[in-house]
Design a protein around this ligand. Structure first.
Ligand SMILES: [Fe+2]
Ligand SMILES: [Fe+2]
Length: 214
């Protein structure tokens, strides 16, 4: 009993710490976490694909910028960590006899990719990294919201999210830091604010599907 109580307290503290520092302009609608908790097999199947895509996204940046040692170091570490997340989610799916998802379209991520600068190389590099920051920040927000609902209902998934939420928080901060290195501070701030507004637009009307970004 005391152990369950202290677990709930740790979950609550971590939830508050992760959500407090998020840069996002709009919260996920309250009903999304209940929906994802009710339809956990669909959430977990989609979650596994997200972790796989996150690892590929990091490695893709390494392929684009192999001459940037700081980026290569951070993105190979991130990809390795995302692979450990993928392994944990996949093992959980298999243990529960749940069906994993194949690659599927993700309109939220697609919308962010479509809005990236294509003409100017410096701006494109910054945009690629800021898109990474936004996806990680939104994932962090969603995981921590779901954790708050699942803490009482499914301790195995709650423990998984308890570990993953803070990792995604670290990840968005890493992307954001890397994005700001090669560009003017004022320009960077404006760009980031523009991206945050775009993310808010893309989130409008979502929260009705039990997937990570649905
Ligand atoms: Fe992850
Ligand atoms: Fe991540």
């Amino acid at each position: 009993m005391a152990e369950a109580e202290s677990r709930r307290e740790r979950h609550r503290e971590r939830f508050l710490a992760a959500v407090e520092e998020l840069p996002l302009l709009t919260p996920t609608p309250a009903g999304w976490a209940e929906l994802a908790a009710d339809r956990l097999p669909e959430f977990l199947a989609d979650h596994a694909v997200c972790e796989q895509q996150a690892a590929l996204f990091g490695l893709n940046l390494v392929a684009h910028y192999p001459g940037d040692p700081e980026l290569v170091d951070a993105m190979t570490a991130l990809a390795a960590e995302e692979v450990t997340h993928l392994r944990r989610v996949s093992q959980l799916l298999h243990r529960r006899g749940l069906q994993p998802s194949k690659r599927r379209s993700n309109p939220y991520v697609q919308g962010l990719h479509e809005a990236m600068e294509r003409e100017n190389e410096t701006a494109l590099k910054c945009d690629r990294l800021l898109v990474g920051a936004l996806i990680e920040a939104r994932s962090c927000e969603r995981f921590t919201r779901l954790l708050a609902v699942l803490a009482e209902r499914d301790t195995e998934v709650a423990d998984l999210l308890f570990d993953l939420g803070p990792a995604e928080k670290r990840h968005w901060q890493t992307f954001h830091r890397l994005a700001g290195r090669d560009v003017d501070d004022g320009w960077f701030q404006l760009r980031w604010e523009q991206w945050l507004r775009r993310e808010r637009e893309l989130m409008t009307g979502r929260g009705t599907c039990p997937t990570v970004h649905g």
